[in-house]
Design a binder for this molecule. Sequence first.
Ligand code: HEC
Ligand code: HEC
Length: 474
Amino acid sequence: MRRYLGAIAPLFGTVPLLLALGGCGGTGTEETAKTPAASPEAKPETPAAKGSGKAELVTPSRNVDPKKLIDVVEQEVEGGEASAGPSPDSVLWLLPNTSLIQDEPYQLTPPLGLPSTLAGVVPASNPLTKGKVELGKQLYFDPRVSLDGTVSCATCHNPEKGWTDSLKTSAGINGQFGGRNAPTVINTAFGRTMFWDGRAPSLEGQAQGPIQNPIEMGKQSYKEIITRLRTIPAYQEQFKKVFGTEVTLDGFAKAVASFERVASLSGNSKYDKYTRGGDLKALSDSEKRGMVLFGISLSSDDEFKPGVTKAKAMCTSCHAGFNFTDENFHNLGIGWDEKKNEFADLGRWAISPIGAKNSAELGAFKTPTVRDSSKTGPYMHDGSLATLEDVVEHYDKGGTPNPSLDKDMKKLNLTPSEKADLVAFMKALDGEPIKVALPTLPPGADGKSPDPKEALEMPTAKAAFNAFHPGFVH
Ligand code: HEC
Ligand code: HEC
């Protein structure tokens, strides 16, 4: 049984520490969970403001000629490895030359059921722009980000598979498997922390992890990755127009995060049409019963008599708000080994700062959204539950008893038809299908462009692994 002993990777510093926690790298600082979001019955609210969200272009804060500074930084780096301290390694970030920037604000209207604007969740340091989202999309699908050119972000977060990979735990480079299930990227625009344990504070912080994770995209330094991307002329051109710099890690993270933020929005489900669109027929009787069991009242003008106890299943204790998550961490007993009396994965506890470790966080993981969950299985941080029916059974028995089990995990005594209603309701949270056309990737110095489709499957690595581990992959 593997145990995960995490350490917090410092976000800054020339050699970011790596965590092999089993998924998507380890970069990111730790942030405490905020107060739970409002109940889904409340109007969708804009999550706590993180920035103005106004699409302004970045300007250097100091009154200097940015071009000169870029030259200085580059000279320093050419002389060898950049030293720690105030002078940055130019692959990490460069001050922009704003006169190179040619981009325009990105406009979007989130689908029904989500906040009407992303203004409250887009960081002021990374406004949404058209060129940036387009660049981020290419990078998200580009396997040249990985060491051997076989793995892209989309390998494990494929929009066609609910922005995940349908695997129990993810397969990365050379078919190696990590210890955690790939969470969906859907609606992460609203996420207050990233990863199952919340160790990255933002999509920008998250995006830096996997490219350096030895299991996911290969053992490679940021310098190697960024230097490789700089050999692709179109990326150098696009970075100049979008960020006013060469390719940098800072720009990579910002572009990829911007693409994820706008492209993965899921709403306009049957549930949204019922609750926000005023269409009382959008939900079937079974879905309405499931909604009430889940913890959400029917519309006040709906005369349907559900005949079930409201919140009997207690799901809204944690899956609350327009995105069906309290953004908090809970122990459901997933991964608890009853024989050994230990957790396979320590979860939130492992990343809490030394001196602030709280045993209530042992084996606790972030509440995921339930939107689109019919597409995101297998479920839970270790992918141990194959179907939504299995998930409901786990809750019905009150989770797996262990010393840190969440106080809201109780035996539910649901009847078979109530269980079916809950599953039906969850399926009614499937959003309008999100269509993401695969981008055309720019040619490298060799004149060749990889086909982003090939990285979606990794057939050889996966087939080889599955042949040795029958039954492991769902
Ligand atoms: C080999 C598979 C793999 C690859 C490649 C990969 N990821 Fe992940 N991703 C995961 C796993 C597994 C996790 C969960 C890890 C954890 O919680 O410790 C994750 C977590 C995430 C999350 C957090 C979602 C949430 O709700 O907390 C985001 C966002 C994400 N990845 C985006 C990306 C991006 C962007 C890339 C490319 C730069 C990428 N991933 C590459 C497997 C992968
Ligand atoms: C005590 C808080 C809590 C309650 C109550 C709760 N959940 Fe969860 N839910 C979570 C957490 C935390 C996870 C992830 C746990 C893990 O991976 O260890 C989760 C995972 C899930 C998942 C898997 C999503 C995925 O992408 O893997 C589904 C589906 C789900 N819950 C549905 C429900 C339903 C239905 C109910 C009510 C019967 C419910 N939850 C009650 C906190 C809760």
